[in-house]
Write a protein that binds this ligand. Sequence first.
Ligand code: F6P
Length: 546
Amino acid sequence: MSNTAPLTQRNSWKSLQRHYQELKGLHLRDLFAQDPQRGRTFSVEAVGIYLDYSKNRITQQTLKHLLELAEESNLRDSIEAMFRGDPINITENRAVLHTALRSTPDACIEVSGKNVVPDVHAVLDRMSDFSDRVRSGAWTGHTGKPIVNVVNIGIGGSDLGPVMAYEALKSYSDRTRKFLFVSNVDGTDFAEAVQGLDPSETLFIVASKTFTTQETMTNAQTARDWLLKGMQAGPAAVAKHFVAVSTNAAKVSEFGIDTANMFGFWDWVGGRYSMDSAIGLSTMLAIGPANFREMLSGFRQIDEHFRNAPWDKNLPVIMALLGIWYNNFFGSSSVAVLPYDQYLKRFPAYLQQLTMESNGKRVTLSGNLVDYDTGSIYWGEPGTNGQHSFYQLIHQGTRLIPCDFIAFTNTLNPMGRHHDLLMANVFAQAEALAFGKTIQEVQSEGTAQWLAPHREFDGNRPSNMLMLDRLNPAALGKLVALYEHIVFTQGVIWNLGSFDQWGVELGKVLAQRIAPELQSKTVGELKHDSSTNALIERYRSSRQRD
Ligand code: F6P
C-alpha cells in the first residue's frame, strides 16, 4: 500500500515546494481580481454540502500539484484497503471499518473471512428495540418507574461523540428526558451530573470499548454505589439501571452488568470513530431510532462520495489537501473550526480527538521519524462568540490560521432577524479574513497616520466555507464523516498509522503507579524525578497522609 517514495522525495511534493515559493507572495485580492468567477471556480457541491474553497491561497496549478500528491501517495488504493477491511491499523493488527457501521444490510464486508454487516445490523436492531422500550416507558427501573434520566459514562471516543451528537441534535431529542454525560475522573463531573436526579428513574450507560479505562470504571463504580444507596436496594437493582456498551463482554459481566444488557461493537471500530456504533446508544435514546438511522445515512452518503468522486470533486480530499498545503508549506500549525450554529458547540472538541489522536504522530508506518510536520492542532468555538474573543489573533496576529466555517441556510429556531445576522457574520468574517483592509483604505477614512497601522487588516488569511441546508441528523453524519475522511487522507499522505494512539499510554501507566503512592498510609522512598517526588510529598502532607 505504501510502496511510494518517502513523502518529501515525491515529485509532487517537490513541485509544491517550488510552487509555494512562487505563490507565497500572492494576495487573495489579486487572485480574485484575476478570475472574476473564482468563487465558482473553486467551489464544489456534493451530497448536500456546498464547499466554497475559493478563499484559499491557491491557483489551478496548486490544485493540480496537490491532486498529483494524492495520486502519488496511492490514496485510491489506501481508501479501498480501508473499505475492504484490510488490517491497515498495523500496530494493532486490526481492520479499520467504521464505514461498515453505516453500511446497508445487503452489503458484504469481510473481516477474517466473516461478513460483519449482519452483526452491525443485529446490534442496531437491538439498540432500536431497547430505545423504543425506554422511550415508550415500557422499560422501567427496579421499582417500576419509567426512565427519565439517561447518564452516559465514558471518556474520549466513548464520550465526545455522544455528547457532541446529543448537543447537535437536541432539537430532535425527547425533551421529556434528561441526558447527562460523565467523563472526567474528577468526582465533580459525576456529582454535578446526578445532582437532583432520582436514582429510581435513572439509567446509566457505561460506554467503554475496553471496559478497563480508569476514569470510566471509577465513575461506573461510583454510579453503582450512588444508585444502590439512593434506592436502598440490593445488587438486583443494577440490571434495570445499568447497560453497557463495549467490545469486552468478560469485563462487563465482571462489573456486574448482565451481558443481556450489553450492546457490542468490535475491535475494528476505533474509539474516536465509534459514535455511530452502539457507543451512540445515548444518541439513539435521545433522538429515536429513525433519526439515528438518518444520521447513519448521512455518514454513508459521504462514504460513497469519498470512495467514488474524482479527487477534484471530492470534498474530504480537497479539504485534506488544503490542510496539507498550509500545514506543510505555509508552516501553519493549527486549524480553527468555526461552526455558525450553537447546536454544534461541542463539534470542535469532538474533532480534537478525531484529528489529533489520529494524526498526532511523529513516525511513519515503517517506524521512521518524519521529516515534515504532521497533525494540525484543531480548535474552535461556535460563531459569533469566537469573534468577540480570539478572532483578533486570526485577523491581525502573526500566525496563519486556516479556518473552516460551517453554516446552515436554515435555522432550527427561526426568530426575528437572528439567522440573517448570524449568516451575515459568517460571510463577513470569511470576507474580512481574505481581503482585509489596506492602509490606504484606512487612511482614506481620515484615520490618523499613527493609528492607521493598528487598524489595517492585511488579509490573505484563508478559509473554507461549508454550507448545508439545515442541521438535521443526516447533516451531522455528513459533517462527521467528512472530517473522518479528511483525517484519513492526510494520514495516508503523511504515511502515518492514524488508527492507534500509543501516545496516551505512558501517562496512564504512570498515573496507575502514582495513585497508590498518594493513597497509601505509608509510602517508601519515592523513585520519580525530584519534581514529581516533591509534588507527591506536598500532596501527601497537605492531605495528612504522612
Ligand atoms: O485515551 C485513549 C483512549 O483509548 C481513546 O482512544 C478512547 O476513545 C478512550 O481512551 C476511551 O477508551 P474506552 O472506550 O476503551 O474506555
